[in-house]
Design a protein. Structure first.
Length: 222
């Protein structure tokens, strides 16, 4: 059953609002990095969602296993990020106020609640759930490759100091900011890098599978 035109219109408005508000809030609260990563993933997800799921909601038998696997892998990845100080490391890398508290609030508390509701939405073929699923597939599915680039970037704060540092950034106290700069540490690693590939595998496969499903659906309707 196709969703009504009204439901689709509301879904588009909400999705577009997310594409604008989420990066803007990230920029105001943290800095430019969330705009590039979150904003870029959101815009790409919106385009893919409009071209596929919004026109033809995907069968739960196809999309739900892919979404659950990606989210489960993402949570394992976030665990490594938390244990290795991803938020504070990003703060040092880009001179942005990304505290451990804000990292946990978004990725360990709010995120899982959204993922759970999205699972229900995908089961019911709710259009907006398809957008969130696409955002998750593209974010962890594609954007996680940035973990392999971060060790090559000189931190904005004390790049030659291998020790953890603490201090205020834009009025926010950031404690224990690690330095993962390869030229300083001699080790090619950044917080979360070991498990970054885990959500990438089901995420990238989901993108391929959904595009193929959509093309097959179009052919069957001809």
């Amino acid at each position: 059953m196709q969703p009504s035109k009204k439901v689709k219109t509301i879904s588009i408005i909400v999705a577009l609002s997310f594409c604008i508000i989420a990066p803007l809030m990230g920029y105001l609260k943290i800095g430019l990095a969330p705009v590039i990563i979150v904003g870029g993933s959101a815009v790409a997800a919106f385009c893919c969602w409009q071209a596929t799921y919004l026109k033809r909601p995907v069968s739960p038998n196809v999309i739900l296993p892919l979404f659950v696997l990606t989210v489960a892998a993402l949570q394992i990845h976030i665990t490594e990020e938390y244990l290795t100080g991803f938020g504070p490391a990003m703060s040092r890398l880009f001179n942005i106020p990304w505290s451990e508290k804000s990292f946990l609030l978004v990725f360990a508390l709010v995120g899982p609640a959204i993922y759970t509701l999205t699972t229900l939405g995908l089961y019911k073929k709710i259009p907006l759930a398809g957008f969130i699923a696409w955002f998750i597939f593209i974010g962890p599915g594609v954007a996680e490759f940035t973990h392999f680039i971060f060790p090559l970037i000189a931190p904005a704060l004390e790049p030659e100091n291998a020790n953890h540092i603490s201090g205020q950034i834009n009025g926010t106290w950031i404690d224990q900011m690690p330095n993962y700069y390869y030229k300083t540490t001699g080790q090619y690693y950044f917080a979360g890098m070991y498990t970054a590939i885990l959500p990438m595998i089901p995420g990238i496969y989901a993108i391929y599978r959904l595009i193929r499903w959509h093309k097959e659906k179009i052919k069957s309707e001809l």
